[in-house]
Design a protein around this ligand. Structure first.
Ligand SMILES: [Zn+2]
Ligand SMILES: [Zn+2]
Length: 402
């Protein structure tokens, strides 16, 4: 072999090595908690991109927006989204504001769990929630009524915790707004403005328009194409809109009857084709299609249906997709999260005195079933070991002290 051939082979090997190593290093990912946002930047994380059907791969609707000023807002909290939100390991006192587009389970199903789990998971602040209500043909279906019923439904759980852990987070601030108002400012703080526009999705449903640092992010929740969205989301920086599977796939994958599939995709929700037309009319800087099962055998049909009308910048949402929105543009990555999380750290001094009512005590009759002879010694030994190790003087005690 000539020296030239050896040299050529060596160069080939070397260039292959460099191209492979560059590929491995450049794979873009977001590791939660490791990046500061610029003042004029918003990070949007999909904590639920899917459908009402529970599935491991995709929770139902939920989008977290983190702003350069330090604020964090959650839009919708559908079933399955809670564990995605928790997997980002953000202290709960930093995510105390949730905006609900309408009272479907796939947009609000995990809100009760997010609220109820606050005390166990180190939230001290009241949870603040916003949702539509009033007017329409069924005013009794309002967000306020739903939140009042939620607290009643979980009275047992709330009540039994009082006095055993820090339950100050059981305070709930409910902000109901008029869903019929166009460009209704429902939240304004520190440079962030959240507005709603009416949606076509039964009644008492809205879409959100979020403004910050000269940028606009629109989130549809659920809606058919409507004049408000088309007028107010033209040219926005990030436009997140629902897009249902094409009709044939609704029939094939969901076992819908043809009429059911056509009803769902064209009279209640935006079909992929409707989504494409909406984006063609509004020309956002970056579009996001969500609310469909995003798999290897569904995505090609989604793309085909949307591209009938729209060929601009677009992402087909998955859970943990991350968008960094800046005046320069939008970048898309996937978040890499820890599946073995523990509750995020508290940002406050914990206090187990009953802040939200009188302490609850398990009835003496129930504790009378404790096998004292066998288990008192086990509990007392446990306390001895704990006190010795920690220099404390706790005593084992069941029920209310005499
Ligand atoms: Zn809905
Ligand atoms: Zn929905």
């Amino acid at each position: 072999m000539s020296a030239g051939k050896i040299l050529k082979g060596g160069v080939l090997c070397l260039s292959l090595f460099f191209s492979f190593s560059a590929w491995a290093q450049d794979r873009p990912a977001y590791f939660p908690g490791t990046e500061e946002l610029a003042k004029d930047e918003v990070r949007v994380i999909s904590c639920g991109s899917g459908m009402p059907m529970p599935r491991l791969k995709q929770a139902a609707a939920c989008f977290l927006m983190e702003f350069g000023n330090g604020e964090k807002l959650i839009f919708d909290m559908g079933t399955g989204s809670l564990e995605r939100v928790y997997a980002l390991n953000i202290p709960l006192d930093l995510i105390d504001k949730v905006f609900i587009g309408h009272i479907h389970m796939d947009h609000m199903g995990d809100l009760p769990a997010f609220y109820q789990y606050g005390p166990q998971n180190n939230r001290s602040k009241p949870l603040r929630v916003w949702g539509p209500g009033g007017g329409g043909t069924r005013p009794e279906w309002s967000f306020e009524a739903s939140m009042a019923a939620m607290q009643k439904m979980w009275a047992w759980m709330n009540g039994t915790l009082v006095g055993t852990i820090d339950t100050s987070a059981f305070a709930l601030e409910v902000n109901q707004f008029d869903w019929t108002v166009e460009n209704n400012v429902i939240y304004e703080s520190n440079g962030i403005v959240v507005k709603t526009i009416p949606a076509i999705h039964f009644e008492q449903s809205v879409s959100f328009i979020v403004e910050y640092a000269g940028m606009t992010i629109a989130y549809s929740s659920d809606t058919l194409p409507n004049k408000f969205w088309i007028e107010h989301t033209k040219g926005v920086d990030l436009s997140i809109h629902e897009a249902f599977l094409p009709t044939e796939l609704m029939i094939e994958k969901w076992s819908f009857l043809p009429q059911e599939a056509l009803n769902a995709g064209t009279t209640i929700h935006s079909s992929a084709e409707f989504f494409g037309k909406v984006m063609a009319l509004t020309q956002p800087k970056h579009a996001v299609a969500y609310h469909f099962q995003n798999d290897h055998d569904t995505l090609p049909a989604m793309i085909e249906a949307i591209e009938l009308y729209y060929d601009g910048p677009i992402d087909y949402a998955q859970d943990f997709m991350v968008w960094n929105v800046t005046p320069e543009g939008v970048t898309t990555r996937m978040a890499v999260v820890n599946p073995e999380g523990f509750p995020p750290v508290p940002l406050h001094e914990k206090e187990i005195e009953a802040a939200s009512g009188e302490r609850y005590w398990t009835p003496d009759e129930v504790y009378s079933w404790w096998p004292a002879e066998e288990f008192d010694p086990v509990a007392e030994a446990l306390f001895d070991r704990f006190n010795q190790a920690n220099g404390t003087d706790f005593k084992f005690q069941l029920g209310k002290p005499e």
